[in-house]
Write a new protein. Sequence first.
Length: 265
Amino acid sequence: MTIFDVHCHVYPDAIAKRAADSIGEFYQLNMHMSGTLSDLLSRGQAAGISRFVINSAAVTASRVHSINDFLIQAAASDPEHLVGFGTMHPDYENIGGELDRIRQNGLHGVKLHPDFQHFCLDDSKAIAMFEALAERGLPALIHTGDHRYPYSEPARMAKVLDKVPDLQVICAHLGGWSVWTEAWKELAGRPGVWVDTSSSLYAITPEEGADIIHRYGVDRVFFGTDYPMWAPDDELKRFMALPLTDEEREKILHANLEQFLASLK
Ligand SMILES: [Zn+2]
């Protein structure tokens, strides 16, 4: 079976270790994978994963352009296996121009991480950024939820979707890391919402995982590992332990994401 991972972070070789270590610190995790494209491909393919959405989030607006350049180049280096998402920041000066540029250069959306990027999802500048995304039919893969910070609260995501109804978002970590129940209560059933399974299944029981997936609807869920936070084979094992039918697994492991990407303008 094709397995398609919607959530993989990659960094230029020269800074990968530093970038991965700083994420590890934020989540108090020991990062033992390098975060390079070659490491992702070798570990992922060894686990049976054949396609990967690669991304990275710019901590500051000044880094947006160079990170997007890196992702454009990385995704183009292996189009058979890689789909690229760029990044954006609400403080970026010419949001529309940069979104047009990344789209013309083959990227399919952007990755945002409000807790690293220090903006609240429903800030007025962020709303303007989401409007620019929606106008272009570009989806955002967004880190949502962290019980320690207010930035990416699911309730704020819900407010954004009320204000920008055409926006398509993939809310990572089953809609809200560490706040899973609050997340599905706010976000399940909304037409612009998809979620991924990354960085969640280690913290909840397989029954809870399947229950949350069913709250969103099996058609609304993508498999993701959040590499290099987690090893692809470990995340895949956690996913396969969920009490789901083969048909449900097939959808989440690749069919939903293929359909989603094909539907983008
Ligand atoms: Zn992420």
